[in-house]
Every structure is written in structure tokens, then in C-alpha cells.
Design a protein around this ligand. Structure first.
Ligand code: ADP
Ligand code: MG
Length: 541
């Protein structure tokens, strides 16, 4: 309904509505509460959370994205914070906790300004200016990196795994992560690209984390299809077949009516002949290993075994593609089209017993464009946390290789940005100046929380930190072991530039969006009659 230019909204009976300051404050309170739940997990000395779902399954983690994914959030503003974590995870694969804490702190600082009667629009403008200045500054203080600088790439991986339980094997894990990324990166004159889809992850509990393995090839959770086949093949010539090694029964039913036993025999001979023909075709090409997307009949298994061919049936389509990328083989749909030029290569194809499973390892590929990890850990919970650590490490090494720019961690960049923003705020002046200063203080929540979580007095540390940066030490950050201020570049606490850039970008976007809301309208739930969906600041999540 419209009267003049003014829309008139008629609200349904039972609709709850909150306006102006009230709406703003309860939104901020809810968002800050969410951010506070993950605060204690930040950094190498952060604590873990145990998440219990409705069926009693538990997850032990200190991964911000995982925690926020699991907890049930009702409040719409709090949901926006969860979105920040999701966006950060999708864009970078790491840095989610920081992004969420920063959003919370930007809102907390904004609340202080609102209390001093600064208009939300002014805060919004100030935050926008600050965010732009901060990301520009980040680009300037970032240090270039050579994509073949394995040592630094390993340090980036180690920094990202610092807060995970897999940290005990950090050097080894960092080494295989960097080796995996270096193997699959694609390079042309303009750019380097890394597609993480070309990395396959298999998991198996029952052994220590240090037994985790990366192979330049593919791991299949399947055994060879017949005991008579060889259990390993060296210098394997690999055939990837999309068609089935069998004669379909439906074709038989439709075409053949058997009237006496000799006919049956000749039909069976015919089937055998067709299958021998298929196996011959493969065998003559020189293939010693066959991965088949469809079924392999008993007779076919028998003939393949007789020809000393290692074969697996019903391989997933996605695994077929990875095998093609790893071994250089071409996937062939029809036996008649198959030739030796379609074969791929692997130094070794081998069946290995991992706990109570038999798995097939295709390793030693030449120039593979796909690799695989077999993650190990004593229990499923440990293996899952190793998976999260490897995910973060792969993600940051990818970003570092693609962008070739790194920044200092341990709260160093955030502190440097705070210093630059305070100077910048003076040039802006007016009430916006206060908002830019508030943005600077919000950034300092990062070193402050790292220090607090490590059990140190954050007030002293932040005083020292500010003075170090004033003296020109751009990379001064928190040493979480000693509680002193150290040069984070020298301490090898380094991160890809894109992680902090995305954090600042998405945290300030979300904070500004929440600040702009001055009206929350929640319609009554149509089922259950349970009233409004809890935006009132209590029972927020
Ligand atoms: P996020 O989800 O934001 O990645 P983490 O719990 O992984 O949260 O913690 C990341 C923070 O820990 C970053 O600020 C990073 O610089 C810091 N950090 C990692 N290793 C160290 C270290 N050795 N010393 C100080 N800070 C570190
Ligand atoms: Mg992290």
C-alpha cells in the first residue's frame, strides 16, 4: 500500500518490532556475544572447544569457522557474524576467528561512540575510510615472496597450523603441504594458479599424526578386484576405462531364446569370446593396471588376472579424473577406441593394508597434476583436527604462491595499521576522526587477545607494542612464549597478505551493515506459536 511516496507497511498481528537505538543495541550485543564465544580460541595458545550435537557426536576444535558452523544461532545480527566466518573461509580458508573477533570489536567500539551520541552514519563513513586506508597500508607493508621460496612457504604453513593439535608434527606437515602445492600449481606468463580440488584427502585413524603421508598420485579406498591379480605393479602402464567388462544381461534377454543345451554352451562361449576380446585389447596396448568406472564380470576378472593385470572396478568418476591428472592417462569410453597412446604412468601401483582396509596407492607419477594425502591420527577426532590443520595450511600456501606477498602475524600487521590509522584520523578531522580512531583500537584486539590467551598481561604488552611501532618496527608482534615484543618476520610468524586483507574487508562490511539497521521486524512464526525468533537480546544463540 502506498500513500504518496511513503510506503505504509501493515504488520501482521503478533509481529514484533524493535526500532532505533533499541534495535541497534540489541543487534550489537548479540553480534558481540557471538564474537566473544570464539575469542578464547585465537592463536597458538588458544583453547579448544568441545561441540556436542543433538545426537551426542562431539567435535573438538579451535577452528572458528567450525565452531560457528555448529552452534545454533537465532539472532539475525549474530547470524551475520557467522556469515563473516563463512565468507572468510570461502575466500581464504584461514583467518576466520580473527575476522569474527574483529567484527565484534568494531561493533563494541561503535557502541561506545553511539553512547556519546555520534550518529551511526558518521561511524559508517569513518569505518569505510578507515577500512580503505587499512587495506591500502597492508599492501604497502607486505613483503614480496618468491613462489619457489620453499622455506618461507613452510613457515606460512606452520603459522596457520600453530593453533591446531597437529602442531606437534608441524615441520613435517608443512613440508608435505608445500610439496603438494608446488606439484600441482599451474603457471603461465601472467599468473600462478592453484586448484585445491586437485588435492585428494583420505583419512584413517589408528596411527600417529607423523604417519600422515602425501603421495604424488592417487589413493583409492579399494582393493584389487581378484586375489589372482598381482598385489603390486612397478612402472605401471595405466588404462582408465569408462565401459564395463561384461556383457549386459538385458541385451541377452532381449535377443536370445535358447532352445537346447548346446545353444546355451555356444552362447556362453560367445560371451567369453567377447570378454577375451576386451581383455586382449587392453593387454596388447601394454597396460598393466586397469581402473574401470563400471563393473568387471567374474570371467573378465579371471582373464585380467591371467594377464597379470591389476584391476579395480566401480571407481568413482571423480577419482577417475584425479587418476587421469596424476598419471597422464586418457579416460576411454569404448574398448574399440583404446590404444597404447591412452595409457598413463605410475612408478608403483600397490595394494596396502591400512588398519583393516585394503587401499590402492598409485604413486611415483611423472609431472602429476593431482596429489593425495592420507591423514593419520590416533582417533577419528584427532584425524578430523589434522584435516582442519592441513586444510588451513594448504589454503594459505596456495594464497602465498598465487599472490606472492606476505605480512607479519602475531598481531604485528594489526598494530602497524592501528598506528597508521591514528595518524590518518588527524588529517580527516571532525567526528569521523573519532570513528577512525575507534577502528584503530578495534584492530588492536588481535595482539591483545593473542597475549591474553597466552596468559600475559595485555595492558603492558600493548603499551610496549605501540611504542615499538612508533619507533618504526613495522613487524613488532607478540611472542606468545615469552610475552615480549619481537620482530615477527624474524620469528618466521608470517601469513599471506590476502588473509588479513579479507579480514578487514569483511569485518568492516559486516559491522557497517549491522550499524545501519535501526528497525528489526520479526513476524510471528507460523508454526508452533513460539513467538518471535529471539532478537530481543536474550537467549541470543
Ligand atoms: P584464525 O582462525 O583467525 O586463523 P588462529 O587460532 O589460527 O585463528 O590464530 C591465528 C593468529 O595466531 C594469527 O594472528 C597469527 O598471526 C597468530 N600466530 C600464529 N602463530 C603464532 C606465533 N608463533 N606467535 C604469535 N602469533 C602467532
Ligand atoms: Mg588460523
Amino acid at each position: 500500500m502506498m500513500i504518496g511516496n511513503q510506503p505504509i507497511i501493515v504488520l501482521k498481528e503478533g509481529t514484533k518490532r524493535e526500532k532505533g537505538k533499541n534495535a541497534q543495541s540489541s543487534n550489537i550485543a548479540a553480534a558481540v556475544a557471538i564474537a566473544d564465544t570464539v575469542k578464547s580460541t585465537l592463536g597458538p595458545k588458544g583453547m579448544d572447544k568441545m561441540l556436542v550435537d543433538s545426537s551426542g557426536d562431539i567435535t573438538i576444535t579451535n577452528d572458528g569457522a567450525t565452531i560457528l558452523k555448529e552452534i545454533e544461532v537465532e539472532n539475525p545480527a549474530a547470524k551475520m557474524i557467522v556469515e563473516v566466518a563463512k565468507a572468510q573461509d570461502e575466500a581464504c580458508g584461514d583467518g576466520t576467528t580473527t575476522a569474527v573477533i574483529l567484527t565484534g570489536e568494531l561493533l563494541k567500539q561503535a557502541q561506545d561512540l553511539l553512547n556519546q551520541k555520534i550518529h551511526p552514519t558518521v561511524i559508517n563513513i569513518g569505518y569505510k575510510l578507515a577500512s580503505k586506508k587499512a587495506t591500502d597500508t597492508l599492501e604497502k607493508i607486505a613483503v614480496p615472496l618468491k613462489p619457489d621460496d620453499t622455506k618461507t612457504l613452510e613457515q606460512i604453513a606452520i603459522t596457520s597450523m600453530a593453533s591446531k593439535s597437529a602442531y606437534s608434527s608441524k615441520e613435517y606437515l608443512a613440508h608435505i603441504v608445500v610439496s603438494a602445492i608446488s606439484t600441482i600449481l599451474e603457471k603461465d606468463e601472467q599468473a600462478i594458479r592453484v586448484n585445491l580440488d586437485n588435492i585428494q584427502i583420505e583419512k584413517k585413524a589408528g596411527a600417529g599424526i607423523e604417519k600422515t603421508d602425501m603421495i604424488k598420485g592417487t589413493i583409492l579406498d579399494k582393493q584389487r578386484s581378484h586375489q589372482g591379480m598381482p598385489s603390486f605393479v612397478k612402472n605401471a602402464k595405466i588404462a582408465l576405462i569408462k565401459a564395463a567388462f561384461e556383457i549386459k544381461k538385458t541385451e541377452v534377454d532381449a535377443k536370445i531364446q535358447i532352445k537346447d543345451p548346446t545353444q546355451l554352451q555356444s552362447f556362453l562361449d560367445g560371451e567369453e569370446n567377447m570378454i577375451t576380446h576386451m581383455v586382449d585389447k587392453i593387454s596388447k596396448s601394454g597396460a598393466t593396471v586397469v581402473f574401470c568406472e563400471k563393473a568387471i564380470s567374474d570371467i573378465a576378472e579371471h582373464f585380467l588376472a591371467k594377464n597379470k593385470i591389476y584391476a579395480i572396478a566401480s571407481v568413482k568418476e571423480s577419482d577417475m579424473e584425479k587418476l587421469a591428472k596424476a598419471t597422464g592417462a586418457r579416460i576411454v569410453a569404448n574398448f574399440n577406441d583404446f590404444s597404447s597412446s591412452d595409457l598413463g604412468f605410475a612408478g608403483l601401483v600397490e595394494e596396502r593394508k591400512i588398519e583393516d582396509n585394503r587401499m590402492t596407492f598409485v604413486s611415483g607419477c611423472k609431472n602429476p597434476r593431482a596429489v593425495s594425502f592420507l591423514l593419520r591420527g590416533s582417533t577419528d577426532h584427532v584425524v578430523d583436527e589434522v584435516e582442519r590443520a592441513i586444510h588451513d595450511a594448504l589454503s594459505v600456501v596456495k594464497l602465498a604462491v598465487e599472490d606472492q606477498k606476505i605480512t607479519a602475524g602475531g598481531g604485528a600487521s594489526a598494530s602497524e595499521l592501528a598506528l597508521v590509522l591514528r595518524d590518518y584520523s588527524l588529517t580527516v578531522g571532525g567526528r569521523e576522526q573519532m570513528a577512525i580512531e575507534a577502528f584503530a583500537s578495534a584492530l588492536e584486539v588481535i595482539p591483545k587477545t593473542l597475549a591474553e590467551n597466552a596468559g600475559f598481561d595485555s595492558i603492558n604488552i600493548m603499551l610496549e607494542m605501540r611504542s615499538a611501532h612508533k619507533k618504526g618496527n613495522k613487524y613488532a608482534g607478540v611472542n606468545v612464549e615469552t610475552g615480549k615484543i619481537d620482530n615477527m618476520m624474524k620469528a618466521h610468524v608470517v601469513e599471506p597478505l590476502r588473509v588479513s586483507r579479507q579480514q578487514i574487508y569483511s569485518a568492516s562490511e559486516a559491522a557497517r551493515m549491522i550499524l545501519k539497521i535501526d528497525d528489526v521486524i520479526a513476524s510471528k512464526a507460523s508454526t508452533g506459536g513460539g513467538g518471535p525468533t529471539g532478537y530481543e537480546g536474550e537467549g541470543m544463540y
